[in-house]
Design a binder for this molecule. Structure first.
Ligand code: PEP
Ligand code: MN
Length: 354
């Protein structure tokens, strides 16, 4: 099968569904049958080897589960995919006849592991999906695609599953949407799938993240689906029953990404106004940095350090406290102020050391 063509030719969202982990032949067949009946799933997923954060959790059924997955796919007429993390997994998956493989976030992060997999795949005609690395590093993600390409693997797809973060207030991982968007800029032909299951870690939040992905023009979704989610052996909090998945898909609003076909006078007017505001924003920033340089000169003359922590803390706290009034998220205010501050320090340093 040519996965990237299937994704591009299919009406969005291309759907990958199935359990986090293969647990038994019955569980797989049960979920696969329901998914196939709904007719919305194009690819059946199941983890065979599970990369778990802590030891002594369920680490997947391993090799014996490969034929369960193959059989379930055959039975319902769906291609199947599983995660491989090293050469051994890859060899076993190929031998068993898995249609498509994916590289997980904890593997993409490691160029040795990615290269090891690429070396096994050299000369094999199989589609490969690559999840983003656990850390928000676009180059590392791109590097994994390049390793596959250099091994002759042409049929590649990206999966965005969010990035590890210490104590996110809402999600298991932070989405950092700007990274998949930047990937799309760098590799425009690469199909892009969102995995809201691993971003949210919570089945109640899957819809909002799936909707966001559709609004950002992602090509598809990978959603963990289990016949009895609460009793799943891994990722129990984020899995959905096939029925619930169906409801989620029905609630998605799919908007067209073709604005040129519409009578878009109104849209171009909005865009023009936004463009003008953005121009002003940059004029303000230029002016602001000019002032920062004057401050730098003053500090040089009086021999005081660039960073005056107390002043900075005060100015950021006062903006953060007004987030409601601004109608901006606290996170955005923080990032925006930090970026301005960094740039301001750069300007001050420049004049100080002149
Ligand atoms: C998975 O899809 O079950 C998985 C382990 O994903 P990730 O690599 O995104 O953590
Ligand atoms: Mn999982």
């Amino acid at each position: 099968m040519n996965l990237s063509n299937s994704i591009k030719n299919k009406k969005r969202p291309f759907l990958i569904a199935g359990p986090c982990s293969a647990e038994s032949p019955e569980q797989l067949l049960d979920v696969a049958t329901k998914l196939a009946l709904d007719g919305k799933t194009q690819l059946l997923r199941a983890g065979i080897w599970k990369p778990r954060t802590r030891p002594n959790s369920f680490e997947g059924m391993g090799e014996i589960a490969l034929p369960w997955l193959i059989e379930a796919g055959k039975e319902v007429g769906l291609p199947v995919t599983t995660e491989v993390a090293n050469s051994k997994h890859t060899e076993l998956a190929l031998k068993a006849g898995v249609d498509i493989i994916w590289i997980g976030a904890r593997t993409t992060v490691n160029p040795f592991a990615v290269q090891e997999i690429a070396d096994v795949l050299r000369g094999v005609d199989i589609p490969v999906m690559i999840k983003n690395p656990v850390n928000p590093d676009l180059e590392l993600w791109i590097g994994a695609f390049e390793r596959m390409e250099q091994a002759g693997i042409k049929d590649l797809t990206a999966i965005h599953r969010g990035f590890s973060i210490y104590k996110h207030p809402k999600y298991r991982n932070v989405a950092n949407w700007e990274i998949p968007i930047a990937l799309r800029e760098r590799m425009p032909d690469l199909p892009l799938i969102c995995d809201p299951s691993h971003i949210t870690g919570n089945r109640d939040l899957l819809l909002e993240v799936s909707q966001k992905a559709m609004d950002l023009n992602f090509d598809g979704l990978m959603i963990e689906t289990h016949p009895d989610p609460v009793n799943a052996l891994s990722d129990a909090a984020q899995q959905l029953t096939p029925d619930a998945l169906n409801r989620l898909l029905k609630s998605l609003v799919l908007r067209s990404n073709e604005s040129s076909s519409l009578d878009d006078n109104e849209l171009s007017e909005f865009r023009m106004k936004i463009g003008q505001l953005d121009d002003k924003l940059f004029d303000f920033l230029t002016e602001r940095m000019h002032l920062a340089e004057q401050v730098g000169l003053f500090k040089r003359e009086h021999n005081i350090t660039i960073l005056q922590q107390e002043h900075w803390t005060k100015s950021i706290t006062s903006r953060l406290s007004k987030f409601e009034e601004y109608n901006l998220s606290e996170r955005f205010i923080r990032q925006f102020m930090d970026a301005i501050h960094q740039e301001s320090i750069r300007h001050q340093t420049k004049v100080m050391n002149r």
